[in-house]
Design a protein. Structure first.
Ligand code: ARG
Length: 462
């Protein structure tokens, strides 16, 4: 046999060293060193299992575990030297294990492959990241609850097509966003559940003849169970894509909220004030106070959607099982977590820094004939069909428009000309407060409903 030209674990077959450029493109250590805790935990679980199953001797297993714990400390204290020529986190750690405990390190890789390691580590990372994001989502929900509670009775216009539609409670509007973030929370919980199948022990792709106990390693690592198919085990990146999708959805919700905040804070709308600590100035226009935080919330969602698309495209043409293409899976996921984690924190701070401009909200709630539907409903209650009532209400709007008045400024004598069924109680029906509080259907904007929902939410997000 010829002399080995490289000291790589797989170098024995090679007649020459890998080119410098191949080494460069092949190395993922700069990205996947993020997985060191998961990799060490995975190796320890695997090693203990090998000893329990009497596949390796228990004194060797102990040496390996001690060596791995030493490496963990070296990395934590930043003493560990990561090297590109050792490619990735798995081989960097294995190489160092050989230096620390000698040839016994070679027993660790029985019945496993880097293909198992990388996806096991990555799954553990995704589970952890989803748990962390859920903590931030909860904090954001709590901040929204607080803001809603503080401004329970504030009335604002609700919109469709960005045209004033019907009066609603500001608190009800905020509760709408809470619903979105609650769904995101639920979806990340599902990501955790769906990711909780352990691929370790797939042994590259076919499984192994050694009597390994994959249920044991699953339990050790906190997975619900082992994956059912060794080929799928190493080929699956659905969990990473699902993580990116749920992150995209959550970012979309954050972006819509940010857009509302930007719009409401604009000088032409001016429905909310934002505390200066969430605003920036202009280098030329001395008067400016800009909502950059909200704009970046909106802007950064773009990178997250890009990351989802990137991994979908990377995976779409790959036959089973492992290809090096899949090494590109981590960067978009790690980056997405970083962005979303910061965005959720910023969103919380932004929500905490908002105060509604109550007078302007109320003025706009009255503007645009927003109780026209209430007038139609009034006529329905007096016996008309809704279609008939709709026409009559439109006529009333035309009169108000001609007189340049809002609906609640019209006199009873004017209104009663519309239909003989109209009685003086119509005046009440045209008031925005009455409109809001009449919406008592489940999920509607009445203060009674909102108070009930807030109570429920406060219990849920203590
Ligand atoms: N660093 C690699 C990755 O992230 C590890 C898997 C290597 N497997 C292989 N068959 N070359 O995908």
């Amino acid at each position: 046999m010829g002399k080995t030209k490289t000291n790589k674990v797989w170098g024995t077959r090679m007649k020459s060293k890998p080119s410098e450029l191949l080494t460069k493109i092949n190395a993922s250590i700069d990205v996947d060193k993020e997985l060191y805790q998961q990799d060490i935990n995975g190796s320890i679980a695997h090693c203990k299992m090998l000893a329990k199953q009497k596949i390796i001797k228990s004194d060797i297993s102990k040496k390996i575990v001690n060596g791995l714990e030493k490496i963990r400390k070296e990395i934590q204290s930043k003493k560990f030297k990561f090297s590109q020529s050792n490619e990735d986190i798995h081989l960097n750690i294995e190489k160092r294990l050989f230096e620390i405990i000698g040839p016994n390190a070679g027993f660790l890789h029985i019945a496993r492959s880097r293909n198992d390691q990388v996806t096991t580590d990555f799954k553990l990372w995704v589970i952890d990241a989803s748990q962390n994001l859920n903590i931030e989502i909860k904090k954001l929900i709590k901040a929204l609850i607080k803001l809603a509670e503080k401004n329970k009775n504030v009335i604002m216009p609700g919109f469709t097509h960005l045209k004033n539609a019907q009066p609603v409670l500001f608190s009800h509007y905020l509760l709408a966003y809470i619903e979105m973030f609650k769904r995101d929370h639920k979806k990340f919980t599902n990501v955790i559940k769906n990711t909780s199948e352990n691929p370790l022990g797939s042994a590259a792709l076919a499984g192994t003849g050694f009597a390994i106990d994959r249920f044991y390693t699953s339990k050790q690592l906190g997975f619900l169970k082992p994956t059912d198919n060794s080929i799928d085990g190493v080929s699956d990146r659905d969990y990473a894509i699902e993580f990116l999708f749920v992150s995209s959805l959550c970012s979309m919700h954050l972006s819509r909220l940010a857009e509302e905040i930007i719009l409401w804070n604009s000088d032409i709308v001016n429905m909310i004030n934002i505390n200066d600590k969430m605003l920036t100035g202009s280098s030329i226009m001395p008067q400016k106070k800009n909502p950059d935080g909200a704009e970046l919330l909106r802007g950064k969602s773009g990178a997250i959607y890009g990351n989802l698309n990137s991994l979908l495209v990377t995976m779409k043409g790959l036959p089973l099982s492992y290809f090096k293409d899949m090494q590109e899976d981590k960067k978009p996921v790690f980056e997405t977590f970083k962005i979303l984690n910061l965005n959720l924190k910023i969103a919380k701070e932004l929500v905490e820094s908002i105060s509604p401009n109550k007078a302007i909200m109320k003025k706009f709630a009255n503007y645009g004939y927003t109780t026209a539907t209430d007038f139609a409903d009034y006529l329905v209650k007096k016996g008309l069909s809704f279609r008939e009532a709709h026409k009559k209400s439109a006529k009333l709007v035309n009169i108000a428009e001609k007189k340049n008045l809002s609906l609640n400024e019209l006199s009873f004598s004017e209104i009663k000309k519309i239909d003989k069924l109209i009685k003086p109680d119509v005046i009440k029906a045209l008031k925005i407060e009455n409109s809001v509080n009449s919406k008592t259907s489940y999920g509607g904007t009445s203060i009674k409903n909102v108070v009930k929902m807030l109570k429920k939410l406060k219990k849920e997000f203590k």
